[in-house]
Design a protein around this ligand. Structure first.
Ligand SMILES: [Zn+2]
Length: 211
């Protein structure tokens, strides 16, 4: 069985302090957690996420792929109208280790033309080499990583197993990654209400990344 980093190791933020792995808000009352949704928007899945967040009066952050946003402009409007944060996740989901920096940055800029103005960027696959890290920072973005990766995309894992591993890791300022894409929809319908219930029980507010 492959080793899975549900919790980002403590030393990563020390290496890359200008990336946001957690938003610790020691004085936040109530404490906050940040639910983030990557790779959408897609009809049905993103609609479900929006309806569920609304039912809990929770806010989230959507790291949208430009190509999807272009195909689903009404969903982008719906995300914005509900007061959620939209972040840039590139236009065509390029891998930050296997692409040229100029090509990669063009792809980020192309997404920015389609998406609402945002200062948040999340690298596809979480991969960014040092040159692209500098280029993305120079373009004015804050880089949103995470401290809790759900592995909702992993076919080997059940939603129940994911919850067993991840619920105990949630802390003030946690940034949790989910995917609002069709292949993850079954799990989303278990995971999202479970995280929202947990947050409610523990007194966490589910907030959008500050924008
Ligand atoms: Zn992605």
């Amino acid at each position: 069985m492959p080793f899975r980093w549900y919790k980002s190791p403590w030393w990563i933020p020390k290496l890359l302090p200008q990336m946001f792995w957690q938003l610790p808000a020691p004085h936040a009352e109530p404490p906050q957690v940040f639910l983030t949704f990557d790779d959408g928007p897609f009809p049905q899945v993103t609609d479900y996420v929006l309806d569920t967040l609304a039912a809990y009066q929770a806010k989230g952050s959507f790291f949208c792929v430009g190509k999807q946003a272009q195909a689903q402009p009404q969903l982008i409007q719906k995300i914005q109208a509900a007061g959620h944060c939209v972040g840039n996740h590139s236009f065509s989901h390029l891998h930050g280790w296997h692409s040229n920096t100029a090509v990669f940055m063009d792809d980020v800029a192309k997404a920015a033309e389609i998406l609402p103005a945002t200062t948040w960027f999340r690298p596809p696959y979480g991969k960014l080499d040092y040159g692209k890290y500098k280029a993305v920072r120079r373009a004015g973005y804050r880089i949103a990583m995470w401290d809790i990766l759900t592995y909702d995309f992993d076919k080997q894992l059940s939603a129940e197993a994911i919850l067993r591993k991840t619920l105990p890791l949630i802390a003030n300022g946690s940034i949790i990654v989910l995917h609002d894409q069709p292949t993850c929809f079954d799990k989303m319908q278990i995971l999202l209400p479970a995280y929202l219930d947990f947050a409610q029980q523990q007194g966490f507010r589910c907030a959008a990344l500050p924008f």
